[in-house]
Design a protein around this ligand. Sequence first.
Ligand SMILES: [Fe+2]
Length: 482
Amino acid sequence: MASTRYRDSAFLTGHHRPNRMEVDAPDLFIEGELPADLAGVFYRNGAEPLYPPTDEDYHWFDGDGMVYAFFIEDGRVSLRNRWVRTDKLLLEMKEGRRLFGVHGNPMTTDPLAEGTRYNTANTNIVLHGGKLLALMEGAPPVELDPRTLDTLGEETYGGVVTTTFSAHPTVDHSTGELINIGSIARRGDAAPELRYDIIDFDGRPIATESVPVPHQSMLHTFFVTEHYVVFPVTPLDISLPRAMSGGPLVGWDPDRPTKLGLMPRRGTAADVRWFEAEPRHMMHQANVWESDGRIVADVAAAEGTALFPDIDGTRRTHRETRQSLRRWTIDPTATTDVVREEILNDRDIQFPRPDDRLMTRPSRYAFANSNLHSVDGRADGMDSVVRVDTRTGFEDLYHFGDSAAAGELIFAPKVGGTDELDGYAITLVHQAGAAETELVVFDAKDLTGGPLARVKVPFAIPSGFHCNYYSVDNPLYRQAMG
Ligand SMILES: [Fe+2]
């Protein structure tokens, strides 16, 4: 008999409690007024396990991908949510119970799952090449219908991507290219590698390259500028031998530096030069670009992480490992391999974002969800949102109240708008214990003044991961929606 109860995990209760349902809500109530020039679709992906996990150490990153799509037009909003029907989830639905161990751990996976890939497709959701792609970093993308969210199957780009993909590929809006990496583990003493891919605007792979990396780390993100790509290899180390001897599979190694591999965008492994920074946990950047020949990366970074244990099993707290907005500068002409770091804003932030149209090119503002008061912003919720002017240091902040959980804050350009702040900022907010969730819309120039509109979702949406907004005049939207 399959379990009918979720275990008492911080990531299965409170703001994270799974819903176990898919809905179509054709016309949501709205408090305030949605601007007429906001028209497009807001997608969000996140982890919602359909079946109670069987392992004791359930992790937030382990649940099944659930995609929410808010279609916004003429001041009205419809909502649809669907699980990504990966082969993993389809097999578990057939059996009516969870089969896979946490993170696909083979030691705790039911033999029935043998031969089926562990793909949760739960981390990001992007439009590219006319397709809606649900992404996780351990498996190929899964294509969904951009309107119905029906699962259409894994996208392998003609057999180029058969193992891993990034949850954070960069779409260069100047060229339409999607730049991607995948982490490749090797058996025995062979050096781990990453696979670097360039996919053109139409979704065709035009370059792929293997690059050896210093050690197997969690390669959650990487940087792309107009001419360069940077591969950050952080101290978040992955080791199967360590796991086999009872240690953590993924662990923070405080004695390792952060290594940053710089390569020309059309370069090869032979062109890579490694730079070095202090040990930093870094999974997300606002934006990265070139300035006076240097690479400038505005990132969310911290000394250590509460998401995973240290390699010796020690657990750090959220408070000890708050991420702040920092600027890393790499000088490709320097004679030393040192990366310069400065703190731009020291608030506790989670997911920094730019105006996506400026990715790879200079930008001025970083949007982020942030935490003023909660003890553990990951479990208890990020209670605020902030926009930082990285030139002046000015911050524009809105606090939703101490019991709020605010998701990633996304810049949504107005239809026809081209300037960096000419539009809106959107996030999902849930108040602890509330039976509803709000899709909150701000004027991007004025968060402090409060929301212009709150779109009422009549149920609690669990905290999730990444969101993207595509305006009706975005070439990626036109390509996908016809
Ligand atoms: Fe991420």
